[in-house]
Design a protein around this ligand. Structure first.
Ligand code: FUB
Ligand code: ZN
Length: 656
């Protein structure tokens, strides 16, 4: 571990130095994931599970159970064989390779590298002489390519670029990157100012092109990303599968991106687009994207987001509907949309330096996104409802299988979301036991973080630095630790807390200043300095704005960033009969869901029972247990609820 950490540090110093010397347009440069060594008791087992179980499942499905890899083989043979599956299936191969790349970096797995190399050879062999690559059109008729904007050729290309960049970063091998460059050059020769117009069918290519620009330093790719964003809002979008969505905002094409202020349409498309816009802005300094995105972000967070950080309530458009339309049982909340929220909010934090974006990132990460992956690592949720009558089940795979490899690549690259830096200012965004290094003006500061978050709110940071140097360490103060359930007032804590975060440095209380949501520690650092940071981990009852009809007279439970639910498996099979008044008294109790050690919440609460013998309905008090939402449905299909009724009246309506 020590040797590996040293290697990480050396590579990291170059990566850091490069990123922050280059980018004057951002307030925070995220620290590259590959320079962060995660040792965390909560996340490390998950990262390891992704590298084994999750990727095993993805590989099995991609290669054997479905024709995804066969499609590349057939495209390379060019013998007129049939395409298998859906027209965007190539994207899942690429996302799996991206997750493999991060996992190779995390675990050093030579097996994964061998598999990725094997797939990359097949992908490269299927590339057309002009750089084009999409197995659907290669196998169904190349003459039809680039005619229907809704057909995801650009989306698949974008995922290929992301995977190729990640694989190059992880292994230094260029083969896949060269395939991606040839594809991007083909796209660049075909579309752009003075060439053909193109509105991306499913946004993704924009953010991918910025990654390619960062890797190759070729400005063309950045300009192309910016141009693609500028194509939106001119009503140029055309495509067979879009006709029914015309004028609904489904494709975020009703207004130019820089003029948008409302969130509309397909949630994943929207998240990827705003992530791409932020990435362009981070490299061009264009302020108009940021202004528009702040407006849209407020529309999401203030009116259209679940308490889990999930977004996109409707299955019909896999996206947004009208303000406050946030049904619980019917919530769509695609795993990919929560992953997209994580991407976008990281970029917003980077551009603005404001910690509130990380509050939302953290909310989506620990709840809406993490719920998408089973504890075993090989079962998945596509949608993540907030209530269930017990018919939901985690699945091995899906017909449209975007979510499994998406959550895999997210967790595998978690190291990239923990720290940031701007010159001599270090930012701690997430609380995850880990180590990394920061190049300062004169020194390299090594920071070690130790914590059992999210189960406790105690963090210990140890500094190592060769010579004393003045620098700032900014620790994120989560909104929930300051009595604010979310930015805006969609959700509020029902009881007031007086506890506040505390900081001790070398055993002495430190009176910190707060700047943009960070506790700022400004001092000359020396080796062995220790920061102890304590966040109040109280059980909070949460209410929501009255406009969210389904939550009226209901409360939810939160502790730290974790949203809780009640599940049948812990409560005699029933959870729709529980009443939890605003005054109910909950306590913490360590518990295990399957083999996941968690902190559960317990209370004695009135429940409605049917007494069949006496032929009557009665209320009795029973012990009730709540578990973290992300752990539900790991013990078979069970009823579940996040929002608990506060009175019997609501039970009458909803009792099952
Ligand atoms: O269209 C590709 C992916 O499939 C989308 O991101 C998901 O919402 C699903 O429709
Ligand atoms: Zn998905």
């Amino acid at each position: 571990m020590q040797k590996r950490f040293f290697l990480f540090l050396v590579v990291g110093i170059f990566l850091h130095a490069e990123s922050f010397s280059q980018n004057e347009n951002v307030r925070i440069n995220p620290v590259n994931f590959s320079t962060v060594v995660i040792t965390d008791p909560f996340w490390k087992p998950k990262i390891d599970k992704v590298a084994t179980k999750t990727l095993e499942a993805c590989i099995y499905q991609t290669e054997f159970k479905t024709g995804r890899i066969r499609n590349f083989e057939k495209a390379a043979r060019n013998k007129g064989e049939k395409h298998e599956g859906v027209f965007y299936d190539d994207s899942d191969v690429f996302k799996a390779i991206e997750a493999m790349a991060y996992s190779i970096k995390n675990t050093g797995s030579s097996e994964l590298e061998k598999k990725a190399d094997e797939w990359i050879d097949k992908i490269a062999a299927a590339q057309q002489p002009d750089g084009y690559l999409n197995t659907f059109y290669v196998l169904t008729g190349l003459e039809k390519r680039w005619q229907d904007m809704s057909m995801h050729e650009d989306y698949c290309g974008g995922h290929m670029i992301e995977a190729a960049v990640a694989y190059f970063d992880a292994t230094g091998k260029r083969k896949f990157l060269d395939v991606a460059i040839r594809w991007a050059d083909h796209f660049d020769q075909t579309f752009g100012p003075g060439k053909k117009d193109w509105v991306t069918g499913h946004q993704e290519l924009e953010l991918a092109l910025v990654k390619l620009y960062r890797t190759t330093k070729n400005q063309h790719y950045l300009k192309l990303a910016d141009w693609l964003l500028s194509e939106r809002g001119k009503r140029l979008a055309k495509g067979y599968t879009w006709s029914e969505w015309k004028d609904t905002g489904y494709t975020q094409d009703l207004m130019p991106v820089k003029e948008q202020s409302e969130i509309t349409g397909h949630a994943v498309r929207a998240m990827y687009m705003y992530t791409g816009a932020a990435d362009v802005a981070a490299n061009t300094g264009d302020q108009d994207y940021l202004k528009a995105m702040r407006r849209v972000w407020e529309d999401v967070v203030f009116r259209n987001m679940y308490i889990t950080g999930g977004i996109g309530s409707a299955g019909s458009n896999e996206g947004f509907t009208v303000d406050y339309d946030l049904p619980n049982e019917q919530a769509y909340c695609e795993t990919c949309a929560s992953v997209g929220m994580i991407f976008w909010n990281q970029r917003m934090n980077m551009l603005t330096g404001n910690a509130e974006y990380i509050d939302i990132l953290e909310k989506s990460l620990y709840n809406g996104a993490l719920d998408g992956l089973s504890i075993s690592g090989d079962r998945f949720f596509y949608g993540n409802p907030l209530a269930s009558i017990g018919k939901s089940a985690r699945k091995e795979w899906f017909g449209t299988a975007c979510c499994p490899s998406n959550i895999a690549r997210m967790i595998a690259s978690l190291g990239g979301y923990i720290y940031g830096q701007k010159a001599n200012k270090i930012f701690v965004n997430l609380f995850v036991s880990s180590q990394t290094s920061f190049p300062l003006q004169k020194n390299i500061l090594q920071l070690k973080q130790e914590t059992e978050y999210p189960w406790t709110g105690k963090m210990k940071f140890t500094v190592q630095i060769p010579r004393k140097e003045k620098a700032t360490i900014a620790l994120r103060i989560p909104g929930w630790a300051m009595d604010k359930a979310v930015p805006g007032d969609l959700y509020t804590f029902l009881d007031k807390s007086v506890s506040r975060p505390t900081i001790n440095i070398n055993g002495q209380a430190y009176a910190y200043a707060i700047d943009n949501g960070y506790a700022v520690i400004d001092r000359e650092w020396k080796s062995g300095d220790i920061i102890e940071y304590v966040l109040p981990m109280e059980i909070r009852k949460v209410g929501s704005r009255p406009e969210i009809k389904e939550n009226n007279a209901r409360i939810a439970l939160q502790r730290g960033p974790v949203i809780y639910c009640v599940e049948g498996a812990d409560n005699d099979g029933k959870v729709w009969n529980i009443v939890s008044s605003k005054e109910s008294s909950w306590k913490i109790e360590p518990y295990n869901v399957v083999d996941e050690p968690i902190v559960s919440l317990v209370a004695s609460l009135p429940v409605v029972e049917v007494d069949k013998v006496a032929n009557r309905i009665q209320m009795i008090n029973k012990p009730v247990r709540a578990i973290p939402y992300y752990t539900w449905c790991n013990r078979g299909s069970n009823p579940m609820q996040i929002w608990l009724p506060t009175s019997i009246e609501d039970i009458k309506i909803n009792y099952r």
